[in-house]
Write a protein that binds this ligand. Sequence first.
Ligand code: HEC
Length: 158
Amino acid sequence: MKKNSLLALGVALILISCDQVKEAKQAIGAIEAKKAVKSAIKRVINEKRITNGEKIFAEYCAYCHGKAAEGDPDWKTQGPTGILSPPPLNGSGHAWHHSMSVLFNYIKDGSLAKGGSMAPYATTLSDREIKDVIAWFQSKWPDEIYNAWAETNQRDKK
Ligand code: HEC
């Protein structure tokens, strides 16, 4: 009788540990999958571009979009005239929904022609400078936001 219950206990312990191994394996699998997604998207960090972009932003964009690209706190609320306040570009807004070419053209062409209030920068900034400024505000985006953007951007390119 004593022997039997010891045996039962032993079997129960083995079963429990099997379950735990299974769970542990599943957890490791999930971590590996996450790692694979992370490594698939390589974050481009070009220090030179970012430093240059920071200067350009401070000179041309900060007075509307905020020094740290934090935007107007009321950016989601449309004024009585339908005019929008400058949105954040630091990853907390929705700029990351736009592919690189959309962001680039938004800055190049501005939004006056589309009824917005941002002037075009086509004559003030070179294409390179526009890309530098994008590199700067993108450097503020958290990894998850950058990765989500990179995925959309990749799809738009195809
Ligand atoms: C006069 C104020 C003003 C200045 C200066 C300005 N912007 Fe804007 N920007 C806005 C406003 C307002 C919007 C959103 C609605 C609109 O276009 O009117 C906007 C939208 C944007 C968007 C789209 C964001 C989104 O979430 O869709 C980007 C990108 C952007 N600006 C980048 C820049 C950059 C880079 C500069 C400097 C080179 C700059 N802006 C200068 C006012 C400004």
